[in-house]
Design a protein around this ligand. Structure first.
Ligand SMILES: *Cc1c(COP(=O)(O)O)cnc(C)c1O
Length: 454
């Protein structure tokens, strides 16, 4: 008979079946499956930690959002925000659904081209586009969203040098009532800079003004700023039509819709707090109708939604490596995944749930990652059942920004799998190996050997 391990007795406040502030009981519906695939079978085959994406959920969400906008406005186009998640498999799902590519660097631009997206279906955003990237984008007819005057001048020079025209739009920043304002990107509306940039473009015969763009921020928790932003772009569009007879092909409202994630410091859970996507769509499309144009002359509404499309379809499975009692008696878990894979946990209280029914009491728990660093905390206070080594947790809503912002720090990054619509599990990014990391290193000859003494 194996001897049971001794644990020092402690006194804890019990939460079992207790009402919370909103009258509902604290429940832990464990997540045992993702789509129809058992979590245990996933980790058996692909190890832990493991990122899991659901193709079905990705496509459903995309179709849902697309429909919400298309039922309100005749011409809608989505462009997938690469920086939100640029795994090839993920981008390709969006491209199969008809989404263009929205990129913010030459690396992302090249990645979209490698995946088969034509230049003319790429929106090139961001404040940092090298001359070589600009020239490539001009030659390939990409839509270049100009961020500042220096970029405008570079494009003018390049188009003259290579004697080609460029398809451009400008990024506009404006007061939308959000604080702090996002005014570091693009040209300002209120101070007239945006109009000035537009005039320069209109007067340059090698520049084709195609649209107007703004991206007012991320995780915007109200629809009103979108209405304000759209009205200001509409105002610019009217002005250039009235004064220069230039019609825009599109108006691009960027990304920024929230996901189900709950921000730190947010008292209610996201689902209880946020407007619906219908509210955002109403705000944007009703403002676009202020253009007073017949339906066939309306500009395309472009959306670069990232987070809201992918966040809820991504999961991180992580295992309890060890448990501890802090000196306060609080349950502490050391997991095999930490902030190195979940950079987003600095901003969000990620929802974590067990992967099997665990009976008994629940208690306030701190969830640590494996790093030898104080900041490596996934949740500093979450109610969980008593957990043991080997038990697993699923971290929910981690599809956005985690597999692009994750760090190779202290440990290597784990496998990423996709559960396909057919229920197959495909590896879409293999776990890193030491060779992956060291192949980029160069060891100077004189450092290549040493002798250690006792
Ligand atoms: C990051 C980014 C997006 C996507 O933003 P979300 O908040 O993830 O929807 C869209 N457009 C631009 C220009 C961006 O920088």
């Amino acid at each position: 008979m194996t001897k049971k391990r001794y644990e020092k007795p402690i006194i804890l406040k019990q939460h079992s079946g207790m009402m919370n502030k909103f009258g509902s009981t604290q429940t832990f519906r464990p997540i045992t499956k993702i789509d129809d695939v058992e979590i245990d079978s996933l980790t058996e085959k692909f190890g832990s930690p493991l990122f899991v994406f659901s193709e079905k959920q990705i496509r459903e969400k995309y179709r849902k959002l697309n429909k919400i906008f298309k039922t309100r406005y005749p011409k809608v186009r989505f462009a997938w925000s690469y920086k939100t998640n640029y795994l090839s498999a993920i981008c390709s799902i969006y491209h199969q659904e008809g989404s263009w590519a929205e990129v913010v660097s030459e690396f992302e631009y090249d990645k979209a081209r490698d995946l088969g997206v034509k230049g003319e279906n790429i929106i090139f955003n961001g404040p940092f586009k090298s001359e070589s990237a600009l020239e490539k984008a001009i030659r390939e007819k990409a839509l270049i969203h100009i961020d500042h005057f220096d970029e405008l001048y570079s494009i003018m020079e390049i188009t003259e040098k290579i004697d080609l025209t460029a398809n451009v739009a400008i990024r506009v920043n404006m007061d939308t009532g959000i604080y702090p304002p996002w005014n570091r990107f693009g040209f300002n509306y209120e101070n007239g800079e945006a109009m000035l940039a537009l005039k320069r473009i209109i007067h340059d015969e090698r520049l084709e003004l195609k649209g107007l763009h703004t991206h007012i921020g991320t995780y915007i928790m109200s629809a009103e700023p979108y209405r304000q932003a759209t009205l200001k772009l509409v105002d610019l569009a009217k002005e250039i039509y009235d004064n220069y007879n230039v019609r825009l092909e599109y108006i691009d409202l960027g990304g920024g819709f929230p996901s189900n994630n709950t921000l730190k410091g947010q008292y209610l859970e996201a689902e209880q707090l946020l407007p619906t996507y219908e509210d955002y769509a109403d705000a944007i499309t009703s403002a676009l109708f202020e253009l007073n144009l017949p339906s066939d002359e309306l500009p395309v509404l472009t959306l670069e939604t990232g987070r809201a499309l992918i966040d809820d379809s991504g999961y991180l499975i992580t295992s309890v490596f060890a448990t501890k009692r802090l000196s306060t008696g609080k349950q502490a878990l050391i997991m095999d995944a930490g902030v190195n894979y979940l950079f987003t946990s600095y901003w969000f209280n990620h929802k974590v749930v067990p992967t099997k029914e665990i009976s008994g009491f629940t208690e306030n728990t701190i969830v640590y990652g494996p790093l030898c660093m104080n900041i490596d905390v996934i949740r500093d206070d979450v109610v969980l059942p008593v957990m043991h080594k080997g038990d697993k947790l699923v971290v929910l809503y981690v599809g956005a920004y985690s597999v692009t912002q994750w760090m190779q720090f202290i440990s290597l990054r784990p496998n990423v799998v996709l559960i396909t619509e057919e229920g197959d599990v495909e590896l879409i990014r293999a776990a890193e190996t030491n060779e992956n990391i060291t192949e980029q290193e160069r060891l100077p000859e004189k450092l290549s050997d040493f002798t250690l003494t006792d």
